[in-house]
Design a protein around this ligand. Sequence first.
Ligand SMILES: Cc1ncc(COP(=O)(O)O)c(C=O)c1O
Length: 409
Amino acid sequence: MSQDDFSHDAGRGWAGLTDRLVRLARPNGTEPGFVNPPVSRGSTVLYESMDAMRARSGRRYDHELIYGAMGGPTQALLEEAIAAIEGGRHTQVVSSGLAACTTPLLAFLGAGGHCLMPDSVYGPTRRFCDSMLRRLGVETTYYDPMIDEAGLHALMRPTTQVVFAESPGSHSFEVQDVAMLGRVAHEHGAKLMLDNTWGIHIFQPFEHGVDVSIQALTKYPSGHADAVLGAITVVDQADWVVLRDSVVQLGQYAGPDECWLTLRGLRTMGVRLERQSRSAMAVALWLQDRPEVARVLHPALPGSPGHEFWKRDFSGASSLFGVVFQREFTAAAVEDMVAALGVFGLGASWGGYESLALPTTGIVSRTAVVSPHPEPAGPALRLHVGLESPEELIADLAGGLEVLRAASI
Ligand SMILES: Cc1ncc(COP(=O)(O)O)c(C=O)c1O
């Protein structure tokens, strides 16, 4: 199979994952033989003596059960699973995907520090930089996600503590040269953090120089649109101590019920994504040939921004991508189109079993790059492809495009 055939078989990279997901992070034998762990809920942990309490308290970096807010056995199993999927050593689960972005930023940045953020970053992460971090005396510079090595060197300052990446951007889908970002960040003594929610397993962050990998577990890992959760993973022990210290100080916590749901969702993530990713590619290829469409922003399609890095670094694709319509269509007409869809729901999240459509014109802020898309740039739509059949999804979109055309006359 050639590389370009592989581009059209984006489901391939998920195939090997299922075997691992079935086996990893099973209960450790203390239970009566059930396949799955119980949900361990708790706050207070009782100790036999003060000596025992003191001995445990010194071990808060070791996932020891010390007090409920520091995490218990259900959290620990999910953390073990995520660390294995991403090739990391330590994972910390937190209350949401957004908390998984903000917590390491707080851990590794300090007053007078400087942070480099891709212009394509998830909106709430941008807002955190522009309000909370600014208030705490941290300056953020937004960079073009397709920046080259010389350009990035030029933006680094002696105070730069963090280079952040989100690859691909979850609205504009630029795949970044993560290895280059890591090289430059490390040369200047900074950490590289990556929001790896799209690439969950098909991009192995620590093989490309990432120091801190972030997952919104709300998306594909939980996979059923019924839990909100995040994970932060590191390989380096010193990074783990800094991260874990901040987590404990901030009182960051993930509830056992959400962790259990996510652990259950994870078992089927490989098969879900194998199907969803193939269906997404079928839908993307169909859209690409439609006269109403100017560009399909799907990392596995030649011509999508950073496609060469996707080909070099990823072993497959997720099922979230973007569509840019021709300039003759208005953003209001795209909203009419979405309202007419019967299979795709209108919703902001992604990664569940259900397909979603979200008009994205006007919700993407850009300060470093005026437009992420070369001309002609019309209104944009983000699609998340779920478990429905591609035939049903394409028929739904065909009806939607009729409404788009009618609304634009
Ligand atoms: C790329 C990315 N990172 C982080 C998040 C935040 O995840 P959560 O909704 O769990 O806070 C999202 C949510 O949409 C996202 O798309």
